[in-house]
Every structure is written in structure tokens, then in C-alpha cells.
Ligand binder design. Structure first.
Ligand SMILES: Nc1nc2c(c(=O)[nH]1)N[C@H]1C(S)=C(S)[C@@H](COP(=O)(O)O)O[C@H]1N2
Ligand SMILES: [Mo]
Length: 299
């Protein structure tokens, strides 16, 4: 199986497995999933075994490149990432359009092994590299009246068959409440498995919010806007009764057309049985962000 974006990386040589296990322990210690949580919950530990590079880069959702799971791997090579810029605007002290290298210059790139839970009830585990979004926002200088962050994906009709066919209303847009955006678990990912971000996964920079359904984690970002009002978001606009603005992973709030109580782990092999879906996808430390909210009404 050829990988167009790497030199034929295989699961075996991607990264020594022991290294990832060590990093996993570091992540647990850092609070991504408390040690108590790991010890107390049988399923959660195996769930942090990363999926293979092959699985992560051949089973994707990226509707700009088609609606089939194999379409992004087939079509995203056409994405033009040369001279990528990100516009940071709205309620910030230092607005501008920055070359990507400048946007992230000097900011710490960390490895984060996160579960990814799609609203369609499948999941995988991805070893991302990325920068805390907070670091980027702090440098932008968020003004006191900003309450939300809005994100936008590139639109390249000539390179994106899904855009030409109009399968969604593009550009794909997403948003977070400011406190969600500033949470240390929220990253702007620039790579995975120690490779630059594969195009089908959202090169060159994409959001990753591990406690929310995957559609919040918008790919190939060209604009970050600090705003006062809750921004429009693509899937919520399309079907507000099915996809909420918050989209927190919640096994007790079903999608109108299917249960969210369990999920199918991609490529699970021996462990491919459905696994229980965890509240906040297992990232319990975000619960304080939603204290006092009715999670059934604000799904
Ligand atoms: N621009 C854009 N971002 C997107 C999507 C998309 O179609 N377009 N799909 C989302 C969905 S539904 C999921 S599950 C994740 C999948 O990320 P992955 O392909 O890296 O696993 O990307 C999200 N980000
Ligand atoms: Mo998704």
C-alpha cells in the first residue's frame, strides 16, 4: 500500500511502540487522563493504543475531497499547501495574515495521543503533534469582549472535488466558546506519527478537540476569528436537530437516528468489539466547563 505523503511508512517502523507507550504514560501523568482514571477503568487503557498510520490516513472524513471514507486519501494530494497563511482577526490586539511558520514560531510542539470519536459512532486513537491553541491566542492578544473563536477551512475549488459538487456549504466553518478554546487539551495539530500533517488529515494545520465529536476538529485552517456571538458552524447549520454547537461526546444523548452509547473502534483486530463511549470521550477534566448546563438541550 503506497503512502504518497511519506516514504512508505509502515506500522512497524512508524515509531517504536515502546516510545509511544512511554509517551502515553507521560500524557497520563500530565493530566490528559488522570492516572486514577486509567487504573479505575479497564477499557480506557487499551483504548489509548494508537491506530496505525495506515488506518489514520486511509479512513477519513474530509468532505471537500468527497464523502466516502477512502476519498480523502485518494483525492487530497491535490490540496495546495504552499505558502500557507492563517488570518487571525476580530477581537484581537495583533490581527494579521501570517505565514504558518510565523504563526507558530517559538511555540512548543507537543505529542498528544488522543482518542477521536466521530459523531457517526466510530473511533480511533491518533498520536498528534501540535501546539496548544491557547499559546496562539495569547500571542494574538484576545480582547476582553471576545467570547467565541471561529475557524475556517481553505476553499480550493480547482483542487477539491467535493467543493465543486457542493456536497456542503463551503467553506467548512467551526467554532468554540473561548474557555473551550483556551483549555490545555485543545490543540492546533501540525502532524501525526512524527510526520507533517498528511493532507487527508488536514494539512498543514487543523484543530483537535478530543472531548468533542470529530466534526468540531476542523481541518486545513486559514482563518481564526475572535468574536462576540456564537459563530455559525457547518454541521449545525445543515441539521441543527442532529448536530449541536457544543457536540460534546455524550453516551447518554443519542443522535436522533442512532445511539451514541457505544462506538466501533477502527482497526481493533482482536479488540474490535464495540466499546462503550465515555462521557467527554474520557476527558473528565473538561466537565467543569459545562457545570450548570443542560447537556440534553445544549448538545
Ligand atoms: N474542513 C473539514 N474539516 C473536517 C471535516 C470535513 O469534512 N471538512 N470532517 C470532520 C469529521 S466529521 C471528522 S470525524 C474529522 C476526521 O478527522 P481525521 O480524518 O483526521 O480522522 O475531521 C473533521 N474535520
Ligand atoms: Mo465525524
Amino acid at each position: 500500500m503506497a503512502h504518497r505523503w511519506t516514504n512508505d511508512l509502515t506500522r512497524a517502523d512508524a515509531t517504536p511502540r515502546g516510545l509511544f507507550l512511554n509517551r502515553r504514560q507521560i500524557m497520563a501523568g500530565a493530566g490528559a487522563l488522570g492516572l486514577g482514571g486509567l487504573a479505575g477503568r479497564a477499557g480506557a487503557q487499551t483504548a489509548l493504543e494508537p491506530n496505525s498510520f495506515e488506518e489514520i490516513t486511509t479512513y477519513n472524513n474530509y468532505y471537500e475531497f468527497g464523502t466516502g471514507k477512502a476519498d480523502p486519501a485518494k483525492n487530497a494530494a491535490a490540496l495546495d499547501t504552499t505558502d500557507w497563511t492563517v488570518t487571525v482577526d476580530g477581537l484581537v490586539d495583533n490581527p494579521g495574515t501570517f505565514p504558518l511558520s510565523e504563526l507558530i514560531a517559538g511555540l512548543a510542539v507537543e505529542e498528544r495521543i488522543y482518542r477521536l470519536r466521530c459523531v457517526e459512532a466510530w473511533s480511533m486513537v491518533v498520536p498528534w503533534q501540535g501546539i496548544e491553541l491557547k499559546d496562539i491566542l495569547d500571542r494574538a492578544g484576545v480582547q476582553p469582549n471576545a467570547r467565541y473563536v471561529a475557524f475556517e477551512t481553505a476553499v480550493q475549488p480547482e483542487n477539491m472535488p467535493g467543493v465543486r459538487r457542493g456536497v456542503l456549504d463551503f467553506p467548512y466553518v467551526e467554532g468554540l466558546r473561548l474557555d473551550e478554546a483556551m483549555h490545555p487539551l485543545t490543540i492546533m495539530a501540525t502532524g501525526l506519527y512524527d510526520q507533517p500533517m498528511p493532507k487527508q488529515n488536514g494539512a498543514p494545520i487543523r484543530l483537535v478537540v478530543p472531548w468533542k465529536y470529530g466534526f468540531k476538529s476542523i481541518k486545513s485552517i486559514t482563518r481564526i476569528s475572535l468574536v462576540e456571538e456564537q459563530p455559525a458552524t457547518t454541521w449545525n447549520d445543515l441539521a441543527p436537530s442532529e448536530y449541536g454547537f457544543y457536540a460534546n461526546v455524550n453516551p447518554t444523548v443519542d443522535h436522533p437516528r442512532w445511539s451514541q452509547a457505544s462506538e466501533r473502534r477502527i482497526g481493533g483486530g482482536l479488540f474490535s468489539a464495540r466499546q462503550d463511549t465515555l462521557m467527554y470521550n474520557g476527558y473528565d477534566e473538561v466537565a467543569a466547563l459545562y457545570e450548570g448546563m443542560d447537556l440534553k438541550a445544549q448538545f
